[in-house]
Write a protein that binds this ligand. Structure first.
Ligand code: FE2
Ligand code: FE2
Length: 157
C-alpha cells in the first residue's frame, strides 16, 4: 500500500464511528469479526486499486469498509436458513446510505459485491470488480484458516 494516509483517512471516517463499531459484535468467518473482515477487504481492495489508473480510491475504500454492514448475526439459525447470501448486499447498502450518506456509486459497489452469487447484479464499475475479488480472497482465507487475513493492518483511532 503506497498511499497509506488516504487509506487511513477514508477508513477512519467510518471505522472510527460508534455505529460501525457495532460490527465488532458479529462474527463473519471463523473467529474473524465483521469489523476485522471489512477492514481487511478494504486494505486488499485499496492495494489492488493502487495498481490501476483512474480508480476512485476513496469510493473504493468507503464501499469496501461498508460492504458487509448488515448488522446482524447471520450464524443464528433464523438467519442461516434465510437468503442472507442474496439479501445482505442490499441490507448493507441501505444501512450504509442511512448512516454514512454514501453516493449512488458506492451503493452500487456494495450492492454488487456478492456476484456471481447474485447473478443478475454484476459490478457496474471497476471498483466493484475489485471489491468483489478482494472479498472472495479474504473470505476464502478466513474460512479455510479461521483467522485473520493477516495482522490487522490498521487500527482506527
Ligand atoms: Fe458480503
Ligand atoms: Fe465480505
Amino acid at each position: 500500500m503506497k498511499n497509506t494516509r488516504l487509506f487511513e483517512k477514508s477508513v477512519n471516517l467510518i471505522a472510527g464511528s460508534e455505529k460501525f463499531a457495532e460490527c465488532k459484535q458479529f462474527i463473519q468467518h471463523g473467529t474473524v469479526t465483521i469489523y476485522e473482515h471489512s477492514i481487511a477487504v478494504a486494505a486488499l481492495s485499496f492495494t489492488i486499486g493502487e495498481l490501476f489508473r483512474n480508480v476512485d480510491l476513496e469510493s473504493l475504500v468507503r464501499a469496501a469498509v461498508l460492504h458487509d454492514f448488515f448488522l446482524y448475526d447471520w450464524h443464528v439459525p433464523e438467519n442461516m436458513w434465510s437468503l442472507h447470501g442474496w439479501t445482505h448486499p442490499v441490507t448493507a447498502a441501505e444501512n450504509a446510505r442511512r448512516f454514512f450518506g454514501i453516493s449512488d456509486k458506492e451503493y452500487s459497489l456494495i450492492r454488487t459485491h456478492m456476484w456471481p452469487y447474485t447473478l443478475l447484479h454484476p459490478p457496474q464499475y471497476p471498483e466493484g470488480w475489485i471489491i468483489c475479488l478482494a472479498d472472495k480472497i479474504v473470505s476464502a482465507q478466513e474460512t479455510l484458516f479461521r483467522r485473520k487475513w493477516r495482522r490487522q493492518v490498521y487500527k482506527p483511532k
